[in-house]
Design a binder for this molecule. Structure first.
Ligand code: GUN
Length: 283
């Protein structure tokens, strides 16, 4: 039997409608959620992401500012801008698009963002709160994955979740979130022996490594939930995930496609985080 396809676009649209109605009631109180997006340099992929974030703000009735800075911007100039945005009342969320140009260090930039406005969930205090299980702003893609599980009725409690990838942006935080949802979690990476065998023991398999079509049919337990976080561009220009979708389709119980799977959830969770930050600052 073929897997049930998890329509991330549809679920994302539903959440956006929920956010819209929350924005309407915040507007009644005189508050408009505001997001500042900072892009340094001309990375083409980043430009597309930033444009999509600004568009989402417009669609949902958020205030937004996009700060496009030249590739020659100094670290001090960038830190200066972040300092001003930290103080700006109309801004509840700040996102500095990564990667930054080589001459700018990522860590001091992330550390400079106000914890309350860190809608990426990358600040060490938010990472620490995630670790402890305290309420905090959660990284968007991992939060989106958890939302997909919940909204398709796939409880993680008592399940074996296997995460392939250990990045700070996806692999590590999603592992902690799955643990919070009471899964037994295994984190795999490039030095894990018998990767296919470990993956095959998963009830929930998350692929977040950036290797096109790495996960094949024999890596998947029949009926497993497969969440594909990879977005890879093939030489022919087509997008594909870290999962060989066609190969795995008959074996998995549930699967996210690429595109229209996890991808649309990332910006939606960014908007949800900005709304949350706005609600916090205005009681
Ligand atoms: N670049 C790629 N993904 C992300 C993300 O989630 N946040 C930021 N700030 N930059 C990114």
């Amino acid at each position: 039997m073929s897997a049930q396809v998890i329509d991330g676009k549809k679920i994302s649209d539903t959440i956006r409608e929920e956010i819209k109605s929350e924005v309407a009631s915040l507007l009644d109180k005189g508050v408009r959620p505001g997001l500042a997006v900072v892009l340094v340099g001309e990375d083409p992929a980043s430009q597309v992401y930033v444009r999509n974030k600004a568009k989402a703000c417009e669609d949902l009735g958020f205030y937004s500012e996009v700060h496009r800075l030249s590739a020659e911007t100094t670290q001090e100039e960038l830190l200066g801008l972040i300092g001003r945005l930290n103080e700006q009342e109309s801004i509840h969320g700040i996102l500095v698009q990564l990667p930054l140009p080589k001459h700018i260090e990522e860590k001091p930039v992330i550390d400079a963002i106000s914890v309350a406005k860190d809608v990426d969930g990358f600040h060490p205090i938010n990472v620490g709160n995630l670790m402890i299980g305290d309420d905090s702003l959660l990284p968007c893609t991992p939060a989106g994955c958890i939302e997909l599980l919940k909204r398709t009725g796939n409880s993680a409690a008592g399940k074996h979740a296997v995460v392939i990838g250990r990045s700070n942006i996806v692999g590590k935080p999603i592992s902690l979130l799955l643990l919070r949802e009471h899964a037994t979690v295994t984190i795999c990476h490039s030095r894990t022996p018998n990767l296919a065998e470990v993956a095959r023991s998963a009830d929930i398999l998350v692929a977040a490594v950036g290797v096109p079509k790495l996960v094949k049919r024999d890596w998947v337990k029949p009926g497993a939930v497969v969440l594909d976080v990879g977005i890879n561009r093939l030489p022919d220009g087509k997008l594909c995930g870290d999962v060989d979708y066609e190969d795995v389709l008959e074996t998995a119980g549930w699967i996210t496609p690429v595109p229209r799977g996890v991808g649309p959830m990332t910006i939606t969770m960014l908007m949800a985080n900005t709304l949350k930050a706005a609600k916090k600052t205005h009681g």
